[in-house]
Design a protein around this ligand. Structure first.
Ligand code: PLP
Length: 379
């Protein structure tokens, strides 16, 4: 079946009891047993429940994995895959990574004996150099948040596998509609489902999609033991959002390109970071490993004051954290999503004071451009 068909039907069969075309929300914590040691397949909602199982089947299918697990947030999902490693193991992470991942490693997991290095994963020679005998995972965000730097997935997978290292990819910025890392050799994919998968900014969630049975078994053990699970209502909302992923992403793609081209031509904008533009240094790689370019972009206005003036004057674009919803969100990475990174680290990876991030929604592109145009007039 095609992607759009799977997004609508996989794991979303009509309710066998009533014929309801939309699976009901099983808003229950426990399941009555028929007799001792005999259940109908469910016993307690932390272990699993029908809404989570349906969503997980759909996620595995869309990313081309063999198993998927839904978590209470993207960070819970990412924390779970880092727990595949043990004290003393070493992890290589894209240096321009989401600020929450940076915080999780530097402020928490390091204290439990996990060793890690932040490396520019767009430079695979640097990655090869960073590999140690204890390295067990290469964790990549491509494109990176918010600098839109790509990692060559096929080459990174070869490099990792030659050295007995797993490749894990955060695919949040593109969704499986625009990029499928497992097809390029990734072993693990993670998502903040809060973003494109849900797509409507009405729930927080995360996902881990796996290819290796031993990893899948361990992640399921972690999911039900730690309990950072996604509840029935949030699974239902996310599954409903996924049904329109293909059509939403088509409009996101069109709007992303239109807004990027508008910004690139504006005299007050110093630089636009969008892999769909020919001016992006990795445009060809993006065209090779992505089905399309998505709707995340960032641009530099040269100073914090200029960025502040723009952000304080937008009307249709909303000044808010997060991304991937139908509505356009605008933010200042340095003061918002990446505030937990020290200023010198931000500077090194290109998160300048004048950098603004846009998650271009699916409104009419002319309206978005008109809003940015009137706000830029105040800069
Ligand atoms: C690329 C990326 N990965 C992971 C996360 C964390 O996801 P969540 O906020 O659902 O915990 C985010 C959040 O913004 C993100 O942008």
């Amino acid at each position: 079946m095609g992607f759009a068909t799977d997004a609508i039907h996989e794991g979303q069969e009509p309710d066998p009891a009533t014929g309801a075309i939309v699976p009901p929300i099983y808003q229950t914590s426990t399941y009555v047993q028929e007799e001792l040691e005999k259940t109908k397949g469910y016993d307690y909602a932390r272990t699993t429940h029908p809404n989570r199982q349906g969503l997980e089947r759909c996620l595995a299918k869309l990313e081309g994995g063999t198993a998927a697990y839904a978590f209470a947030s993207g960070m819970a999902a990412i924390d779970a895959i880092f727990r595949l490693l043990r004290p003393g193991d070493h992890l290589i992470v894209s240096r321009a990574v989401y600020g929450g991942v940076y915080r999780l490693l530097t402020k928490l997991l390091g204290e439990f004996g996990l060793a890690f290095d932040f490396v520019d994963t767009s430079d695979l020679a640097a990655v090869a150099q960073a590999v140690r005998p204890a390295t067990r995972m290469l964790y990549v965000e491509t494109p990176t948040n918010p600098t839109m730097i790509l990692t060559d997935l096929a080459a990174a997978a070869r490099l990792a596998h030659d050295r007995g290292v797993r490749l894990a990819v955060d695919n949040t910025f593109l969704s499986p509609y625009c990029q499928q890392p497992i097809a390029f050799g990734a072993d693990i994919v993670v998502h903040s489902m809060t973003k494109y998968l849900n797509g409507h900014s009405d729930s927080v969630g995360g996902a881990v999609i796996l290819t290796r049975p031993e990893d899948a078994e361990r992640i399921y053990f972690l999911q039900r033991s730690v309990g950072a699970v996604l509840g029935p209502m949030d699974c239902w909302l996310t599954a409903r959002g996924i049904k329109t992923l293909a059509v939403r992403m088509e409009q996101h793609n069109r709007n992303g390109m239109a807004v990027a081209q508008y910004l690139e031509a504006h005299r007050k904008v110093r630089k636009v970071h969008y892999p769909g533009l020919a001016s992006h240094p990795q445009h060809e790689l993006a065209a090779r490993q992505q089905r399309s370019f998505g709707a995340m972009l960032s641009f530099d206005l040269g100073s914090l004051e200029a960025a502040r003036r723009l952000l304080n004057h937008v009307r249709l674009c909303s000044l808010a954290e997060s991304l991937g919803g139908v509505e356009t969100l605008i933010s200042h990475p340095g003061l918002m999503t990446h505030a937990s990174m020290p200023a010198e680290v931000r500077e090194k990876i290109g998160i300048t004071e004048g950098l603004v991030r846009l998650s271009v929604g699916i409104e009419d592109a002319e309206d978005l451009i008109a809003d940015l145009d009137q706000a830029l007039a105040h800069v």
